[in-house]
Design a protein. Sequence first.
Length: 97
Amino acid sequence: MLKIHNLRIVILALALSGCDQAPWKGWVYPNGAVLTDDIPIGAFSSLEECRKSARNILDRLNIYEGGEKVQGDYECGFKCKEDGGLGGLNVCEKTER
């Protein structure tokens, strides 16, 4: 669990240093079956940059449960905005994998 916490800190720092004008934002789900556990990975100028970054992070995650490697997932959203009425959830014009 400590590795995931450290990874989240690094990813958060990278996300905060990204440009808010970038139209794509990305999220990684370390356990693809649990969509409420997400890690924001930053803002990107293209969908392909977002995908590449997400895949890179997922390749580095080594989470095992019951001896089996947990499969993560990711999502890239276009023109996302935080919606205060939804508890800060991001609402995007479209999302892609």
